[in-house]
Design a protein around this ligand. Structure first.
Ligand SMILES: [Fe+2]
Length: 310
């Protein structure tokens, strides 16, 4: 093509990655453009493989369109059983006012969604940022000794969960009606998921432990990542006891190093109304700063990816 015929291609949206963190941030030129109509599964997954997290800003999608967007790019949609459903696939997040530590969604449960989704219906005037931390960077940033410790040793999450919550969780994950979930399904999951043990304590409580690696391979980038729920919150449940697989305490200086390294790799996302955020839950951990404006309304969804779309 000669210089005379060359034309500037007009795009409906443009990229502006978050400085210093490299998360993908895609801005629409006009609110008439919708994410639902503009982004293919292949594009979304390629962005996730590259950056681990994508923000879509200034697009015109409403809550129902967000719901459709989640469906269009997922094989199965699940949500946190402790929340109430708001649309078919999404739930309003109501996790108290306190700061919430970084975590992999359901990282201490036997099934972890591939994708975590957020939609901002009402933004906060101050504070209340969602935090995100790329576990690929954290793994690179850990001291060689600590990295080796986690490469060679699994960790253990142990705690007690009310039977009703376990039932709700398994009913979603196993896609069975709530009333049909029995103790046989506890055994089924124990057999199915290596490292998971459910044990009944009484009619109300279930003891659960999960032995798993703190380092996982991203299902999008295929690279190793320090991605887990070691620093995670337990707003709705009893906090887990987190140790090495053999029950030994993880030394204080290791905890301190994890807190330091994750803190310096943590990006604060200050929400704008209409923002859609998609996170690779096998790579990027998320959390939240203290909720300083209770008018903020964020919806979330969790799902599994479509196989073969990358
Ligand atoms: Fe979460």
């Amino acid at each position: 093509m000669s210089a005379n015929t060359a034309q500037t291609v007009i795009h409906n949206y443009f990229r502006n990655p978050t400085p210093g963190y490299g998360f993908e941030c895609i801005y629409s030129v006009s609110p008439a453009t919708k994410v639902t109509e503009s982004v293919s599964t292949q594009e979304l997954y390629a962005d996730l493989a590259h950056s681990g997290m994508v923000v879509y800003r200034d697009f015109g999608d409403g809550l129902q369109e967000f719901n459709d967007f989640v469906s269009a790019h997922s094989s199965k949609v699940t949500f946190d059983p402790a929340r109430t459903a708001s649309t078919a696939n999404t739930a309003e997040i109501n996790a108290g006012l306190l700061e919430m530590g970084l975590h992999r969604e359901n990282g201490n449960l036997p099934f972890n969604p591939d994708l975590q989704w957020f939609y901002c219906l009402e933004e906060a005037r101050v504070g209340s940022e969602t935090t995100m931390c790329d576990g690929q960077r954290v793994l690179f940033d850990l001291s060689p000794a600590t990295r080796r410790l986690f490469e060679n040793n699994r960790i253990k999450y142990a705690r007690r969960i009310p039977w009703a919550n376990v039932r709700r969780f398994l009913s979603v994950e196993l896609q069975l009606p709530f009333e049909q979930i029995t103790d046989e399904h506890l055994q089924q999951v124990n057999d199915m998921v290596e490292g998971q043990t459910y044990r009944r304590i009484d009619q109300n409580l279930i003891y659960t432990e999960l032995k798993t690696s703190a380092i996982v391979r991203s299902c999008f980038s295929k690279r190793l990542s320090f991605c887990n729920s070691m620093l995670g919150p337990s707003v709705n449940y009893e906090p887990p006891r987190i140790t090495w697989e053999n029950g030994e305490d993880i030394a204080m200086d290791i905890w301190d190093e994890i807190k330091d390294v994750t803190a310096r790799n943590t990006y604060d996302h200050f929400w704008k109304k209409g923002d859609i955020v998609v996170i690779d839950n096998s790579r990027v951990m998320h959390g939240r700063r203290k909720l300083e404006d209770t008018g903020r309304r964020i919806f979330g969804a969790q799902s599994y990816r479509l196989e073969g779309a990358l």
